[in-house]
Design a protein around this ligand. Structure first.
Ligand code: ADP
Length: 225
């Protein structure tokens, strides 16, 4: 298994190519995230953070450059190959939890596992285990609407990690939370990452949180520095 969980090489992305409002969002962005490494992605709003995360997460394709996940080059591969790689190797967390409202916390973590062919029993055990690790075991039977913002986000992390991906991508996962809750959610995430050897790229505006990650990269003028 490759020690590099995510490798981005010379990534370029233009929007509105050839039109007067053409914008070169990424101009040769380079990044490697090692297994077990948690990297902060810091950039002003509009700099292209979401674009970069979508490309790293195989939800969007760059105009130029290469995306490797766990050593496999997925540039130019079929949609099916990219979808398979995304489902098995990448977990996503967004600023808003996007949990399914009609299902309990545990069910939200069980469902993606069932879709991946895991048995109900194993999936339920893993859900309880993950919820325990982030300190919300007692909320497993609650629907998202009955959870606090911090609890919802911790459940969203568990769901992202349900199928044990090697890479977590997060787009301002604590952006919606007060500072104290944000700290708790971040601690829960770091605990999980350290325990599982997860690699993570986490976009944040919070410099204090960024300082607690292994490394910070900044997106400036379309490149990572
Ligand atoms: P960030 O996440 O850093 O706020 P984004 O990646 O969302 O930035 O967007 C970067 C720039 O690209 C912005 O100027 C945005 O308006 C533009 N942009 C994003 N998506 C599209 C799109 N689908 N079509 C055209 N322009 C886009």
């Amino acid at each position: 298994m490759s020690d590099v969980a995510l490798s981005l090489t010379e990534i370029k992305k233009l929007y509105n190519a050839g039109k007067p409002n053409e914008i070169a969002v990424l101009r040769g962005a380079e990044l490697q995230v090692q297994r077990g490494e948690v990297v902060a992605l810091v950039a002003p709003s509009g700099a292209g953070k979401s674009t970069l995360l979508h490309i790293a997460g195989l939800l969007d394709t760059p105009d130029e450059g290469q995306v490797q996940i766990a050593g496999e080059d997925l540039t130019g591969r079929s949609d099916r190959a990219r979808t398979n790689a995304r489902r098995s190797q990448i977990g996503f967390v967004y600023q808003f939890h996007h949990l399914l409202p009609e299902f309990t916390a545990a069910e939200n973590i069980i469902l993606p596992q069932l879709a991946a062919g895991v048995s109900q029993r194993e999936a339920a055990a893993r859900a309880e285990d993950l919820l325990g690790k982030v300190g919300v075991a007692t909320r497993s039977d609650h629907r998202p609407g009955a959870l606090s913002g911090g609890e919802q986000q911790r459940v969203a992390f568990c769901r992202a990690l349900a199928n044990s991906p090697g890479l977590l991508l997060a787009d301002e996962p604590t952006g919606n939370l007060d500072p104290e809750t944000s700290d708790q959610v971040f601690d829960a995430l770091m605990g999980l990452a350290r325990e599982t050897g997860l690699a993570a790229l986490i976009a944040t505006h919070n410099m204090e949180l960024a300082g607690r990650m292994d490394r910070t990269v900044r997106l400036e003028q379309g490149v990572l520095v």
